[in-house]
Design a protein around this ligand. Sequence first.
Ligand SMILES: Nc1ncnc2c1ncn2[C@@H]1O[C@H](COP(=O)(O)OP(=O)(O)OP(=O)(O)O)[C@@H](O)[C@H]1O
Length: 880
Amino acid sequence: MNVIEETHSPVIVGDPRENMQSLLRDLRARPGGLSAEEAARRRVQYGPNALPTQGGPSWIRALTRQLVHPLALLLWGAAVLAGLSGTPTLAIAIVAVVLLNAALAFWQEQQAERSVEALAAFLPPHARVLRDGHVVELDAVEIVPGDVLLVDEGATVPADARLLDGAVEVDMSALTGESVPVIRTAGETDAVAQLLHVPDAVFRGTLCTGGTGHAVVFATGAATEIGRIATLSHGVERTDSPLERQVRRVAWLIAAVAVGVGLAFLPLGLVAGLSLPAALVFAVGLLVANVPEGLLPTITLALAVGVRSLARAGAVVKRLSAVETLGSTTVICTDKTGTLTANRMQVHQLWTPHADIRDAADIPPGDGHVAALAEALARCTDATLDGEHDTGDPTELALLRFARIHVPARGALRITVHRFDPRLRRMSTVDRGTERREVSGKGAPEAVLPLCRLSDAERATAESVVAQLAGRGLRVLAVAHRPLGDTVPADRDAVERDLRLCGLVGLLDPPRPSVAPAVRTCHRAGLRVHVVTGDSPLTGAAIARSVGIGDDDSAVITGDELAAMTDEQLAGRLQTDGEVVFARSTPEDKLRIADALSRGGEVVAMTGDGVNDAPALRRADIGIAMGKSGTDVAREAATMVLTDDDFATIVRAVEAGRRVYDNVRKFILYIFAHAVPEVVPFLLFALSGGAIPLPLTVLQILAIDLGTETLPALALGREPAEPGLMDRPPRRRSEGVVTRRMLIRAWAVLGPVSAALVLLAFFSVLWRAGWTPGADVGHHTYLQATTATFAGIVACQIGTAFASRTERVSLFTVGLFTNRLLLIGVVFEVVFTAALVYLPPLQAVFGTAALDGWTVALLCTFPPVVWGADELYRWLVRRG
Ligand SMILES: Nc1ncnc2c1ncn2[C@@H]1O[C@H](COP(=O)(O)OP(=O)(O)OP(=O)(O)O)[C@@H](O)[C@H]1O
């Protein structure tokens, strides 16, 4: 929903409930619509048709939330403990940790919110209105009071309006909360009813689920009913994703371990000879160092960054959690037209009873056999050709363009229309011709041929032509007509009978060039692709095969066959049949297919564009609607909207989902790995009973936690995709974010190697000063030794950050310098550490001393050693 911050006081012109004539007079409107100049003038007067933003100092609340969430409270407790044990510096440092983390988390969440909010810009709501007598499609923000809207099945109503003609069924749930659709009919007024119940009124934000009509706008923007209650009910949902819930659990687990380690250190420290306050200080220090307070916001941000990059790639998701679900997708059920194909429908071949199949391009204008067919096509349509403003369904537009070549355009003489029904697969109109009334019909051959008067031989010929055309991947429509007497039957069946077949039309809609490579990627990535189409089995299969979905032996299941199957049979076929083309299927079939796949444990992405597709889109794990050709109803029900309608975008979204999930794992690994080199020195001190001096001070731990952890972790969230990402099978739904392999890497490879190196740095300083176990250490030597430990941990974490960049492959395959943010993070880390080590004021606070050249040279070897050890481990895993 478009939200613009401009202040115009809400105005309603006249009484919206008054009779139509008075309303039109008050609005200075005509059923033919406003002129462009008048609309521009009103746009200035009334302002944009946009809802007010929900203002308010919500950031104060958001920031406070960061300061009082459970992990922060734990740290506050630790600060109090530190204060009580007589170390105010530590208490202040912990408070600094809490504040800094809160600020960072706040910033990350704001970024996340903003990127989700910005998605609205990718899906500007459109509306069709009459301007200067023409139908124009414009951004809904441009609508002004007095405009005449076209309210159509599948669309969101963009402003409050009263129907001038027609009747529509609207889902008012956005406004009233009631999901039962209501009927609104032109000409029915009620001057005393509540505005919401006026029988010809439609309202902004509601969905038209059926029918069509024109309506005159009486309120826009903040003056609309929805504007007045200011519920942005179609806003983006912000619920915790399974990943976030999992990570929250992990964070708690680590926090519990941190508290445990802290508590365990108390007796150990005492045994080693520390005083109680000193032992308490260390226990608190360990706890603070290991509480992963930054983990959750970092993950939220990683998901949000994923959402943003998806939107740029043409896939707008409505929930952060969709990103991770996408990553585990196992099956894609796709439409054919517009998604696999380019939706550039064109009449390609043609058959009439008096001639063979011909290429449409070869038929000269004025060909006698084609005239009747073209006439029927020109009448039986909802599309309009109007230069730049062509409107209508691509199939109909293609048919109409063809018809125009062969018959001249005439004024509308329509009497009734039986609209295209995807279940009946046909449509018909009754028009007043030059001499008499006529029925014109068109639709799928199976739907139309039985309504035609044909001999058995004629029927057989027609059916064989249909098979030939469909086998070439063409969408085939039968076109028929019949003259009608003076009375026009109201009943559809009575109109659509005894037809004369004018001919068969084969429409070509070439596959998008991007689809075949995308299907190959799906196959490599272990994803199956089913096609669910309303088109015929032959056409559906021909198109599917041409892009590499299934092969000549693959199953094609028609709607009728599906109807005859039990749920178990369907599930069985889906398991055994590989990639299936579901042809002549209805939206209800989609729902059954989604259900059967879900029950089989698949994670299903399903596309849809019509009103009736909404239930299936809701049921699928990822419902995908088309941004260009889809209806608002489908977009509303979907989790993801494709701005370019392209199948390849779905595959890119799956890839992005996998990448984001991988990246989350990368920084969890990074954060897990740092605990070992921080804890081992303490254990050594305690276990040696104090014979080995304490290698690290509490403030130094905090400096690592604060100074070195955050930026590289953030940077890992932006890691580009690892090669081979789409060469492995989908992640199992049951697989947690923390895996055994990850723990092995953190605690058995990266952690221990780092711990050993860090101790090497510590002891090397001591030994070079002539220290032996149990002996006293000079003050300066001790400061230098602990500084070496501190800088050693930082150096090892640099190595860990680079190692964490890839999960399987060697870092060389992605390139050492391909994550710029990480390089910046590392530079920051090094500068920060150097400042602590070499700047006298900071030395005084953190108990550090300048390191000599020898130690610095030793530390420089740590990052490559840690990373090298992990490279070796990964190589062994790849080989094994
Ligand atoms: N406007 C129309 N008028 C009459 N018949 C139509 C019209 N559009 C489509 N048909 C017929 O109905 C069949 C089903 O069309 P529908 O639009 O429901 O298919 P779909 O599910 O959108 O197909 P796809 O999977 O290719 O997108 C078509 O194969 C065609 O024969």
